[in-house]
Design a protein around this ligand. Sequence first.
Ligand SMILES: [Fe+2]
Length: 461
Amino acid sequence: MSNVLRARRRLDLLQVVLFFVAVLLVVVADAGVTSQYRRKLEATVEMPLDADVFRVPPGYNAPQQVHITLGDQEGTAMIVSWVTANELGSSTVMYSEASPDPEKMELRAEGTHTRYDYFNYTSGFIHHCTLTNLKHSTKYYYAMGFGHTVRSFCFTTPPMPGPDVPFKFGLIGDLGQTFDSNTTLSHYEANGGDAVLYVGDLSYADNHPLHDNTRWDTWARFVERSAAHQPWVWTAGNHELDLAPELGEHVPFKPFAHRYPTPFWYSVRVASAHVVVLASYSAYGKYTAQWEWLRAELARVDRAATPWLIVLVHSPWYSSNGYHYMEGETMRVQFERWIVAAKADLVVAGHVHAYERSHRVSNVAYDIINARCTPVRTRDAPVYVTVGDGGNIEGIADNFTQPQPSYSAFREASFGHATLEIRNRTHAYYAWHRNQDGAKVVADGVWLTNRYWMPTDDDIN
Ligand SMILES: [Fe+2]
Protein backbone atom coordinates (compact mmCIF):
# COMPACT_ATOMS: atom_id res chain seq x y z
CA MET A 1 0.00 0.00 0.00
CA SER A 2 1.36 3.36 -0.86
CA ASN A 3 2.10 5.97 1.73
CA VAL A 4 -0.52 8.25 0.14
CA LEU A 5 -3.23 5.56 0.48
CA ARG A 6 -2.26 4.87 4.10
CA ALA A 7 -2.44 8.57 4.87
CA ARG A 8 -5.91 8.84 3.26
CA ARG A 9 -7.18 5.84 5.26
CA ARG A 10 -5.84 7.40 8.44
CA LEU A 11 -7.64 10.61 7.52
CA ASP A 12 -10.90 8.70 6.92
CA LEU A 13 -10.55 6.99 10.27
CA LEU A 14 -9.86 10.31 11.93
CA GLN A 15 -12.99 11.78 10.31
CA VAL A 16 -15.13 8.90 11.56
CA VAL A 17 -13.73 9.27 15.08
CA LEU A 18 -14.26 13.04 15.00
CA PHE A 19 -17.83 12.53 13.80
CA PHE A 20 -18.65 10.23 16.73
CA VAL A 21 -16.97 12.58 19.17
CA ALA A 22 -19.11 15.40 17.80
CA VAL A 23 -22.27 13.33 18.12
CA LEU A 24 -21.31 12.41 21.68
CA LEU A 25 -20.70 16.05 22.55
CA VAL A 26 -24.13 17.08 21.22
CA VAL A 27 -25.82 14.31 23.21
CA VAL A 28 -23.90 15.19 26.38
CA ALA A 29 -24.60 18.90 25.95
CA ASP A 30 -28.32 18.26 25.73
CA ALA A 31 -28.52 15.70 28.53
CA GLY A 32 -29.66 16.52 32.02
CA VAL A 33 -27.79 15.69 35.16
CA THR A 34 -28.61 12.68 37.29
CA SER A 35 -26.52 13.55 40.27
CA GLN A 36 -24.12 10.84 41.33
CA TYR A 37 -24.26 12.09 44.88
CA ARG A 38 -25.37 9.24 47.10
CA ARG A 39 -26.81 9.80 50.53
CA LYS A 40 -26.11 7.19 53.14
CA LEU A 41 -28.69 4.47 52.83
CA GLU A 42 -30.36 4.74 56.16
CA ALA A 43 -33.97 4.62 57.21
CA THR A 44 -35.79 7.84 57.96
CA VAL A 45 -36.57 7.75 61.66
CA GLU A 46 -39.46 9.57 63.27
CA MET A 47 -38.41 11.82 66.12
CA PRO A 48 -39.72 10.31 69.37
CA LEU A 49 -42.68 11.87 71.12
CA ASP A 50 -40.45 13.16 73.91
CA ALA A 51 -38.06 14.92 71.48
CA ASP A 52 -37.34 18.52 72.46
CA VAL A 53 -38.84 19.85 69.21
CA PHE A 54 -42.22 18.47 70.28
CA ARG A 55 -42.14 19.91 73.79
CA VAL A 56 -45.43 21.33 75.06
CA PRO A 57 -44.80 24.91 76.15
CA PRO A 58 -44.81 25.31 79.94
CA GLY A 59 -47.73 26.86 81.80
CA TYR A 60 -51.35 25.90 82.21
CA ASN A 61 -53.24 25.84 78.92
CA ALA A 62 -50.35 27.60 77.17
CA PRO A 63 -50.96 28.28 73.48
CA GLN A 64 -49.10 25.73 71.38
CA GLN A 65 -48.67 24.94 67.69
CA VAL A 66 -48.63 28.63 66.81
CA HIS A 67 -48.48 29.35 63.09
CA ILE A 68 -49.35 32.23 60.79
CA THR A 69 -50.46 32.45 57.20
CA LEU A 70 -51.42 35.32 54.91
CA GLY A 71 -54.93 36.59 55.58
CA ASP A 72 -55.53 38.54 52.40
CA GLN A 73 -54.15 39.01 48.90
CA GLU A 74 -52.14 42.15 49.62
CA GLY A 75 -50.13 41.22 52.70
CA THR A 76 -52.09 43.47 55.09
CA ALA A 77 -53.72 40.66 57.06
CA MET A 78 -52.31 37.69 58.91
CA ILE A 79 -54.19 34.70 60.31
CA VAL A 80 -52.78 33.50 63.61
CA SER A 81 -53.61 29.90 64.60
CA TRP A 82 -52.87 28.00 67.79
CA VAL A 83 -54.18 25.29 70.07
CA THR A 84 -55.15 25.37 73.72
CA ALA A 85 -55.11 21.82 75.02
CA ASN A 86 -56.29 21.87 78.65
CA GLU A 87 -59.49 23.83 78.27
CA LEU A 88 -61.07 26.36 75.95
CA GLY A 89 -58.70 29.32 76.10
CA SER A 90 -59.22 32.86 74.90
CA SER A 91 -59.29 33.46 71.13
CA THR A 92 -57.98 37.01 71.56
CA VAL A 93 -54.74 38.16 69.97
CA MET A 94 -53.15 41.38 71.19
CA TYR A 95 -50.57 42.93 68.91
CA SER A 96 -48.38 45.96 68.52
CA GLU A 97 -45.76 47.63 66.40
CA ALA A 98 -44.26 49.30 69.41
CA SER A 99 -44.14 46.92 72.32
CA PRO A 100 -43.09 43.29 72.74
CA ASP A 101 -44.72 43.36 76.19
CA PRO A 102 -48.16 41.69 75.99
CA GLU A 103 -49.43 44.06 78.71
CA LYS A 104 -48.65 47.06 76.51
CA MET A 105 -49.90 45.78 73.16
CA GLU A 106 -52.57 48.25 72.09
CA LEU A 107 -54.20 46.44 69.15
CA ARG A 108 -56.69 43.64 69.65
CA ALA A 109 -58.39 41.05 67.44
CA GLU A 110 -60.98 38.45 68.34
CA GLY A 111 -60.73 35.04 66.76
CA THR A 112 -62.85 31.92 66.71
CA HIS A 113 -62.24 28.35 67.78
CA THR A 114 -63.05 24.89 66.55
CA ARG A 115 -62.26 21.28 67.45
CA TYR A 116 -62.87 17.90 65.93
CA ASP A 117 -63.08 14.21 66.75
CA TYR A 118 -61.18 11.63 64.74
CA PHE A 119 -61.94 8.02 65.67
CA ASN A 120 -60.64 7.79 69.26
CA TYR A 121 -58.96 11.21 69.26
CA THR A 122 -60.37 14.57 70.24
CA SER A 123 -58.40 17.62 69.27
CA GLY A 124 -57.55 20.52 71.53
CA PHE A 125 -59.27 23.84 70.99
CA ILE A 126 -58.00 25.18 67.68
CA HIS A 127 -58.04 28.97 67.48
CA HIS A 128 -57.88 31.13 64.37
CA CYS A 129 -57.66 34.92 64.59
CA THR A 130 -57.21 37.33 61.67
CA LEU A 131 -55.21 40.49 62.20
CA THR A 132 -56.27 43.10 59.65
CA ASN A 133 -55.21 46.55 58.46
CA LEU A 134 -51.55 45.77 58.98
CA LYS A 135 -48.89 48.02 57.46
CA HIS A 136 -46.51 46.51 54.91
CA SER A 137 -42.89 45.69 55.77
CA THR A 138 -43.61 46.21 59.44
CA LYS A 139 -42.58 44.16 62.44
CA TYR A 140 -45.47 43.27 64.73
CA TYR A 141 -45.33 41.67 68.14
CA TYR A 142 -48.31 39.52 69.01
CA ALA A 143 -49.51 37.51 71.97
CA MET A 144 -52.29 35.11 72.93
CA GLY A 145 -53.32 32.86 75.80
CA PHE A 146 -54.83 35.64 77.92
CA GLY A 147 -56.45 34.37 81.12
CA HIS A 148 -54.04 31.48 81.44
CA THR A 149 -50.51 31.42 80.08
CA VAL A 150 -49.56 34.17 77.64
CA ARG A 151 -47.03 33.57 74.89
CA SER A 152 -45.74 36.20 72.49
CA PHE A 153 -44.10 36.10 69.08
CA CYS A 154 -43.33 38.49 66.24
CA PHE A 155 -43.51 38.60 62.46
CA THR A 156 -42.75 41.08 59.71
CA THR A 157 -45.46 41.73 57.16
CA PRO A 158 -44.50 41.32 53.50
CA PRO A 159 -43.67 44.43 51.50
CA MET A 160 -46.33 46.14 49.42
CA PRO A 161 -46.79 44.27 46.12
CA GLY A 162 -44.79 45.93 43.39
CA PRO A 163 -42.80 44.99 40.30
CA ASP A 164 -39.27 45.27 41.67
CA VAL A 165 -39.74 44.33 45.29
CA PRO A 166 -37.18 41.73 46.35
CA PHE A 167 -38.36 38.75 48.38
CA LYS A 168 -37.00 35.36 49.35
CA PHE A 169 -39.26 32.32 49.48
CA GLY A 170 -38.45 28.97 51.02
CA LEU A 171 -39.78 26.03 49.03
CA ILE A 172 -40.47 23.02 51.23
CA GLY A 173 -42.56 19.90 50.73
CA ASP A 174 -43.40 16.57 52.33
CA LEU A 175 -41.61 17.53 55.52
CA GLY A 176 -42.94 15.05 58.07
CA GLN A 177 -41.31 14.84 61.48
CA THR A 178 -38.20 12.68 61.27
CA PHE A 179 -34.65 13.61 62.17
CA ASP A 180 -34.18 14.45 58.48
CA SER A 181 -37.22 16.76 58.64
CA ASN A 182 -35.54 18.60 61.49
CA THR A 183 -32.37 19.04 59.42
CA THR A 184 -34.39 20.37 56.49
CA LEU A 185 -36.16 22.94 58.64
CA SER A 186 -32.93 23.99 60.35
CA HIS A 187 -31.21 24.44 56.99
CA TYR A 188 -34.09 26.53 55.70
CA GLU A 189 -33.96 28.69 58.83
CA ALA A 190 -30.21 29.14 58.34
CA ASN A 191 -30.84 30.26 54.76
CA GLY A 192 -33.23 32.92 55.95
CA GLY A 193 -36.30 33.14 53.74
CA ASP A 194 -39.13 35.59 54.34
CA ALA A 195 -42.03 33.15 53.82
CA VAL A 196 -42.47 29.48 53.01
CA LEU A 197 -44.31 28.13 50.01
CA TYR A 198 -45.25 24.72 51.37
CA VAL A 199 -46.27 22.22 48.69
CA GLY A 200 -48.22 19.73 50.78
CA ASP A 201 -47.96 16.61 52.95
CA LEU A 202 -47.40 18.02 56.40
CA SER A 203 -47.42 15.66 59.37
CA TYR A 204 -47.78 12.13 57.94
CA ALA A 205 -50.06 11.36 60.90
CA ASP A 206 -51.88 8.95 58.60
CA ASN A 207 -48.81 6.72 58.49
CA HIS A 208 -49.36 5.91 62.16
CA PRO A 209 -51.87 3.45 63.61
CA LEU A 210 -55.42 4.84 63.52
CA HIS A 211 -54.06 7.99 61.80
CA ASP A 212 -52.76 8.97 65.23
CA ASN A 213 -53.78 12.61 65.27
CA THR A 214 -51.41 13.45 68.11
CA ARG A 215 -48.89 13.48 65.26
CA TRP A 216 -50.73 16.47 63.83
CA ASP A 217 -50.10 18.16 67.18
CA THR A 218 -46.43 17.20 67.38
CA TRP A 219 -45.83 18.36 63.81
CA ALA A 220 -47.31 21.78 64.47
CA ARG A 221 -45.21 22.12 67.63
CA PHE A 222 -42.14 21.14 65.60
CA VAL A 223 -42.57 23.79 62.88
CA GLU A 224 -43.72 26.54 65.28
CA ARG A 225 -40.17 27.86 65.54
CA SER A 226 -40.49 29.05 61.93
CA ALA A 227 -44.23 29.12 61.22
CA ALA A 228 -45.03 31.42 64.17
CA HIS A 229 -42.62 34.03 62.83
CA GLN A 230 -43.21 34.06 59.09
CA PRO A 231 -46.19 33.09 56.93
CA TRP A 232 -46.31 29.59 55.50
CA VAL A 233 -48.48 29.31 52.39
CA TRP A 234 -50.19 25.92 52.53
CA THR A 235 -50.95 23.45 49.75
CA ALA A 236 -53.03 20.32 50.41
CA GLY A 237 -51.37 16.97 49.69
CA ASN A 238 -52.62 13.40 49.79
CA HIS A 239 -51.47 12.96 53.39
CA GLU A 240 -53.95 15.69 54.32
CA LEU A 241 -56.88 13.56 53.10
CA ASP A 242 -57.12 11.39 56.26
CA LEU A 243 -59.96 9.42 54.67
CA ALA A 244 -60.41 6.21 56.66
CA PRO A 245 -63.78 4.53 56.12
CA GLU A 246 -62.54 1.59 58.18
CA LEU A 247 -62.36 3.97 61.15
CA GLY A 248 -65.68 5.59 60.30
CA GLU A 249 -63.87 8.66 58.98
CA HIS A 250 -65.55 9.64 55.73
CA VAL A 251 -64.85 13.39 55.60
CA PRO A 252 -61.74 14.19 53.54
CA PHE A 253 -59.21 16.71 54.90
CA LYS A 254 -60.88 16.81 58.33
CA PRO A 255 -57.77 17.40 60.53
CA PHE A 256 -56.07 19.64 57.95
CA ALA A 257 -59.13 21.80 57.33
CA HIS A 258 -59.70 22.36 61.04
CA ARG A 259 -56.07 23.21 61.70
CA TYR A 260 -54.99 25.20 58.63
CA PRO A 261 -57.30 28.07 57.74
CA THR A 262 -56.65 28.35 54.01
CA PRO A 263 -58.79 27.30 51.04
CA PHE A 264 -57.66 24.35 48.93
CA TRP A 265 -57.16 26.50 45.85
CA TYR A 266 -56.43 30.19 46.17
CA SER A 267 -53.87 32.87 45.43
CA VAL A 268 -51.79 35.38 47.31
CA ARG A 269 -49.76 38.32 46.16
CA VAL A 270 -46.47 38.72 47.97
CA ALA A 271 -44.00 41.45 47.06
CA SER A 272 -43.36 40.95 43.31
CA ALA A 273 -44.96 37.49 43.13
CA HIS A 274 -48.43 36.24 42.36
CA VAL A 275 -48.68 32.79 43.87
CA VAL A 276 -51.41 30.42 42.65
CA VAL A 277 -52.11 27.39 44.84
CA LEU A 278 -53.81 24.40 43.23
CA ALA A 279 -55.38 21.35 44.85
CA SER A 280 -54.29 18.02 43.40
CA TYR A 281 -56.93 16.11 45.38
CA SER A 282 -59.93 18.32 44.72
CA ALA A 283 -61.85 18.11 41.46
CA TYR A 284 -60.28 20.01 38.57
CA GLY A 285 -62.12 18.68 35.53
CA LYS A 286 -63.87 21.02 33.15
CA TYR A 287 -66.59 23.14 34.78
CA THR A 288 -65.55 22.20 38.31
CA ALA A 289 -65.15 24.99 40.83
CA GLN A 290 -61.36 24.78 40.74
CA TRP A 291 -61.29 24.84 36.93
CA GLU A 292 -63.58 27.87 36.81
CA TRP A 293 -61.56 29.60 39.49
CA LEU A 294 -58.17 29.06 37.85
CA ARG A 295 -59.41 30.32 34.50
CA ALA A 296 -60.64 33.52 36.13
CA GLU A 297 -57.61 33.82 38.40
CA LEU A 298 -55.08 33.71 35.56
CA ALA A 299 -56.95 36.57 33.92
CA ARG A 300 -56.54 38.56 37.14
CA VAL A 301 -52.75 38.23 37.22
CA ASP A 302 -51.16 41.61 36.58
CA ARG A 303 -47.52 41.13 35.61
CA ALA A 304 -46.95 44.89 35.69
CA ALA A 305 -47.69 44.83 39.42
CA THR A 306 -46.48 41.32 40.30
CA PRO A 307 -44.08 40.11 37.58
CA TRP A 308 -43.45 36.64 39.01
CA LEU A 309 -46.15 34.03 38.49
CA ILE A 310 -45.57 30.97 40.68
CA VAL A 311 -47.83 27.92 40.82
CA LEU A 312 -47.91 25.48 43.74
CA VAL A 313 -49.30 21.99 43.38
CA HIS A 314 -48.74 18.81 45.32
CA SER A 315 -48.48 16.13 42.63
CA PRO A 316 -45.84 17.07 40.03
CA TRP A 317 -46.63 17.39 36.31
CA TYR A 318 -43.06 16.69 35.23
CA SER A 319 -41.28 14.06 37.27
CA SER A 320 -39.02 11.30 35.98
CA ASN A 321 -39.07 9.36 39.21
CA GLY A 322 -40.71 5.94 39.28
CA TYR A 323 -42.29 6.86 42.58
CA HIS A 324 -45.82 8.27 42.01
CA TYR A 325 -45.09 8.09 38.30
CA MET A 326 -47.57 10.12 36.20
CA GLU A 327 -49.95 10.74 39.09
CA GLY A 328 -50.01 14.42 38.19
CA GLU A 329 -50.72 13.70 34.53
CA THR A 330 -54.46 14.38 34.47
CA MET A 331 -54.02 17.78 36.08
CA ARG A 332 -51.19 18.56 33.65
CA VAL A 333 -53.45 17.72 30.72
CA GLN A 334 -56.18 19.90 32.17
CA PHE A 335 -54.15 22.98 33.13
CA GLU A 336 -50.74 23.04 31.41
CA ARG A 337 -52.08 24.87 28.36
CA TRP A 338 -53.30 27.72 30.53
CA ILE A 339 -50.10 27.87 32.57
CA VAL A 340 -47.95 28.15 29.44
CA ALA A 341 -50.30 30.74 27.91
CA ALA A 342 -50.04 32.70 31.15
CA LYS A 343 -46.22 32.53 30.95
CA ALA A 344 -45.87 31.21 34.46
CA ASP A 345 -42.31 31.35 35.75
CA LEU A 346 -42.14 28.42 38.12
CA VAL A 347 -44.31 25.45 39.09
CA VAL A 348 -43.38 23.96 42.45
CA ALA A 349 -44.53 20.48 43.42
CA GLY A 350 -43.89 17.95 46.17
CA HIS A 351 -45.19 14.39 46.56
CA VAL A 352 -42.14 12.63 45.12
CA HIS A 353 -39.51 12.27 47.83
CA ALA A 354 -36.52 13.38 45.81
CA TYR A 355 -35.37 16.51 44.02
CA GLU A 356 -35.80 17.36 40.35
CA ARG A 357 -35.70 20.48 38.15
CA SER A 358 -36.93 20.59 34.57
CA HIS A 359 -35.94 22.63 31.58
CA ARG A 360 -38.55 24.99 30.20
CA VAL A 361 -40.75 22.54 28.35
CA SER A 362 -44.36 22.12 27.37
CA ASN A 363 -46.43 19.24 26.14
CA VAL A 364 -49.54 20.96 24.86
CA ALA A 365 -49.40 20.42 21.09
CA TYR A 366 -51.15 17.06 21.12
CA ASP A 367 -54.69 17.12 19.75
CA ILE A 368 -55.59 13.38 19.76
CA ILE A 369 -54.65 12.82 16.10
CA ASN A 370 -51.37 14.66 15.47
CA ALA A 371 -49.07 12.42 17.55
CA ARG A 372 -47.20 15.46 18.88
CA CYS A 373 -47.15 14.18 22.43
CA THR A 374 -43.56 14.76 23.50
CA PRO A 375 -42.37 17.54 25.80
CA VAL A 376 -40.56 20.18 23.76
CA ARG A 377 -38.44 23.17 24.76
CA THR A 378 -40.77 26.15 25.06
CA ARG A 379 -39.66 29.65 25.93
CA ASP A 380 -43.00 30.60 27.51
CA ALA A 381 -43.11 27.50 29.68
CA PRO A 382 -42.31 27.44 33.38
CA VAL A 383 -39.50 25.59 35.08
CA TYR A 384 -40.92 22.68 37.07
CA VAL A 385 -39.30 21.77 40.34
CA THR A 386 -40.14 18.88 42.64
CA VAL A 387 -39.16 19.46 46.25
CA GLY A 388 -40.94 16.58 47.97
CA ASP A 389 -37.60 15.97 49.63
CA GLY A 390 -38.39 17.38 53.07
CA GLY A 391 -37.42 14.12 54.77
CA ASN A 392 -40.59 12.37 55.94
CA ILE A 393 -41.02 8.88 57.39
CA GLU A 394 -41.59 7.24 54.00
CA GLY A 395 -37.94 7.71 53.03
CA ILE A 396 -36.20 8.73 49.83
CA ALA A 397 -37.51 8.00 46.32
CA ASP A 398 -34.37 6.70 44.65
CA ASN A 399 -35.80 4.95 41.58
CA PHE A 400 -35.37 7.49 38.82
CA THR A 401 -36.41 6.27 35.39
CA GLN A 402 -33.55 5.56 32.97
CA PRO A 403 -32.41 7.17 30.83
CA GLN A 404 -33.04 10.66 32.12
CA PRO A 405 -35.62 12.27 29.84
CA SER A 406 -34.56 15.35 27.90
CA TYR A 407 -36.90 17.64 29.83
CA SER A 408 -35.15 16.82 33.12
CA ALA A 409 -32.30 19.23 33.87
CA PHE A 410 -31.16 17.98 37.27
CA ARG A 411 -32.35 15.24 39.60
CA GLU A 412 -31.04 13.76 42.81
CA ALA A 413 -32.39 11.37 45.41
CA SER A 414 -31.52 13.40 48.51
CA PHE A 415 -33.46 15.33 51.12
CA GLY A 416 -33.30 19.11 51.17
CA HIS A 417 -35.14 22.33 50.48
CA ALA A 418 -35.05 25.10 47.89
CA THR A 419 -35.18 28.87 47.94
CA LEU A 420 -36.33 31.40 45.38
CA GLU A 421 -34.76 34.80 45.80
CA ILE A 422 -36.52 37.36 43.65
CA ARG A 423 -34.26 40.35 42.97
CA ASN A 424 -36.37 42.50 40.65
CA ARG A 425 -38.83 42.11 37.78
CA THR A 426 -36.32 40.34 35.55
CA HIS A 427 -34.13 38.15 37.72
CA ALA A 428 -34.55 35.58 40.47
CA TYR A 429 -32.05 33.11 41.85
CA TYR A 430 -33.35 29.62 42.44
CA ALA A 431 -31.27 27.28 44.61
CA TRP A 432 -31.63 23.77 45.96
CA HIS A 433 -29.79 22.73 49.12
CA ARG A 434 -29.23 19.10 50.02
CA ASN A 435 -29.25 18.25 53.70
CA GLN A 436 -25.87 16.53 53.68
CA ASP A 437 -24.12 19.80 52.82
CA GLY A 438 -23.81 22.92 54.91
CA ALA A 439 -27.05 24.90 54.79
CA LYS A 440 -25.77 27.55 52.41
CA VAL A 441 -24.16 25.20 49.92
CA VAL A 442 -26.02 25.29 46.60
CA ALA A 443 -26.30 21.81 45.10
CA ASP A 444 -28.35 23.03 42.13
CA GLY A 445 -28.67 26.73 41.36
CA VAL A 446 -29.93 28.64 38.37
CA TRP A 447 -30.72 32.24 37.55
CA LEU A 448 -34.26 32.48 36.25
CA THR A 449 -35.33 35.32 34.02
CA ASN A 450 -38.91 36.45 34.15
CA ARG A 451 -41.16 35.00 31.42
CA TYR A 452 -43.09 38.24 31.01
CA TRP A 453 -40.37 40.86 31.32
CA MET A 454 -37.26 39.09 30.08
CA PRO A 455 -37.98 35.70 28.48
CA THR A 456 -34.42 34.78 27.60
CA ASP A 457 -33.11 31.25 27.22
CA ASP A 458 -32.20 30.82 30.86
CA ASP A 459 -32.46 27.04 30.94
CA ILE A 460 -29.14 26.16 29.38
CA ASN A 461 -28.01 24.25 32.45
FE1 LIG B 1 -47.78 13.23 48.65
